[in-house]
Write a protein that binds this ligand. Structure first.
Ligand code: ZN
Length: 185
């Protein structure tokens, strides 16, 4: 078995590093395999290094734990997670409830305020209107000449009470006053 020309190069550290990093060209890989076939030292060292490399590259083994401990840990973690979730949902429900209650109560308060306002207006207006109507009716029965004034007063009341119909009422009053001289003439 003659000494090969490339053996000097193959025995350098640079070659070995490239071989371990799979950085050899196809031709160099062929030379490397041929060399190991005839060089027992290189083959033995190569096998050992590959073995160490595989061991180093393998993911670290998970340390074995007692089965009970693992089960307890998992159960505890699950319980903690469930408690956390329960609190989260509870807090969310509470928040939604508070917001809903706040909105509804605000709305309710607004409605109550509006109702009170309407009631106050109605209670305040009703006796006034009643007495006014009664007084006007009495006046119309006594003095028939005052009837146009009573009618005018009622129209005025309607105008005052119905601001939306002010323009329409004004138009009616204006038309009635325009027609009155024509009828009397
Ligand atoms: Zn060798």
């Amino acid at each position: 078995m003659s000494e090969h020309g490339d053996d000097v190069l193959i025995h350098t550290e640079a070659w070995w590093i490239r071989a371990l990093e799979d950085a050899l060209t196809p031709e160099e890989a062929r030379q490397w395999a041929a060399h190991r076939a005839r060089c027992a030292d290189c083959q033995r060292e190569w096998d050992a290094m590959r073995h160490v490399e595989r061991w180093l590259q393998a993911p670290p083994a998970v340390p074995a734990l007692p089965e009970l401990f693992t089960a307890q840990t998992v159960a505890r973690a699950t319980q903690r997670l469930q408690r956390q979730r329960w609190w989260m949902s509870f807090a969310a429900t509470l928040m939604v409830g508070l917001v809903t209650w706040f909105v509804l109560s605000s709305l309710g308060m607004a409605v109550v305020h509006l109702e009170r306002l309407i009631q106050t207006l109605l209670i305040g207006w009703q006796p006034l209107l009643g007495s006014l109507t009664r007084a006007l009716m009495g006046l119309s029965l006594v003095w028939r000449d005052v009837l146009p004034l009573v009618a005018g007063g009622i129209v005025g009341c309607v105008v005052l009470l119905m601001p939306n119909g002010v323009i329409a009422t004004a138009m009616l009053v204006w038309l009635a006053r325009r027609r009155a001289p024509a009828q009397s003439a």
